[in-house]
Design a protein around this ligand. Structure first.
Ligand code: NDP
Length: 268
């Protein structure tokens, strides 16, 4: 029987995950199906239980359910625990209705930046814009950086995030108070969804800076500002494919090639 997987979210109709996992399955000769599941906002757990009853083997989880997903797990990967994010994006359904959770967003981002974009994180000064779920999930993957600054619209949330960091020098700021250049800037806000420009000064785009927009699918004001200031610019499509590849590996034990899938999605 074919092994069934899904991505659960709300909204979910625009998800590219089915396309990505179908491409991985074809490439690696895995016999799987993968579909989108719209969960009601007040019944994520019921939706997961239903999938388990239907014999599903696992699921990806997207906005707004990553924190709820963490809470229903019976066991968690070491990185899901150590990230301290309290969020997972990958569920594996085990025997007896047990649920294992992992968070592949961080490794997805790192693989895209280091392997696909050929940009070394080591000893770099990094600025993260945003302090929501995505910012939480990626922090662990930035080990080796020289320093991390987290700037957020709501300063208290940036402060809270910084307090949880033990492995690097980290500080919190507002957008307006940023006053120095950075080597890598990651936009982990959702401001691009509404085409909102962040009140960030041009000085933050350092020499040879990589400006990484976690959103994908359109040019955001952040990307336009970064380009105008001479930064190398990337969107989050590569991260999306890389985090999916890690989830696929967790489920199937096989690592798909990501480059052809990223290229196909970029061309589309
Ligand atoms: P959250 O809702 O958890 O956090 C949103 C963040 O954006 C908060 O820091 C919030 O600030 C900030 N924000 C929202 N609107 C504005 C605005 N108008 N101006 C300034 N700041 C704003 O979302 P997530 O962290 O889950 O997701 C953030 C982004 O990352 C999304 O665009 C998502 O698509 C993307 N993402 C991409 C992935 C990929 O694979 N490429 C994976 C995961 C996420 P405040 O605290 O003040 O409210």
């Amino acid at each position: 029987m074919i092994d069934k997987y899904a991505v659960i979210g709300n909204p979910i109709v625009h998800s590219k995950s089915p396309q990505i996992h179908e491409a991985f399955a074809k490439q690696t000769n895995q016999d799987i199906s993968y579909k989108t599941v719209l969960a009601p906002l007040d019944d994520f757990e019921g939706t997961v239980r239903d999938l388990i009853i239907q014999g599903y083997k696992g699921a990806n989880v997207t906005v707004p359910f990553k924190f709820e997903a963490y809470k229903i797990c019976n066991s968690l990967s070491a990185r899901a625990v150590s990230s301290g994010s309290g969020a997972v994006n990958t569920l594996k359904f085990l025997n007896g209705g047990k649920v294992y959770g992992d968070n592949t967003d961080g490794v997805g981002l790192r693989n895209d930046i280091v392997q696909n974009l050929n940009f070394s994180i080591a000893n770099k000064h990094i600025l993260i814009l945003g302090a929501g779920g995505a910012a939480h999930g990626i922090l662990n993957s930035l080990l080796g950086a020289s320093s991390i600054m987290i700037a957020n619209r709501t300063h208290e949330r940036a402060l809270e995030l910084v307090m949880g960091i033990q492995d690097f020098e980290a500080r919190a700021s507002t957008f307006e108070l940023l006053d120095r250049p950075y080597d890598l800037i990651i936009n982990a806000t959702s401001a691009g969804l509404t085409d909102t420009a962040l009140p960030i000064p041009n000085i933050i785009f350092g020499e040879n800076c990589l400006a990484y927009e976690m959103m994908y699918g359109r040019e955001t004001p952040f990307m336009a500002q970064a380009r105008a200031n001479g930064a190398q610019v990337a969107d989050g499509l590569g991260m999306l494919v890389e985090q999916a590849a890690e989830a696929f590996y967790i489920w199937r034990g096989v690592r798909p090639q990501t480059a052809p899938v990223i290229a196909k999605l970029h061309n589309a």
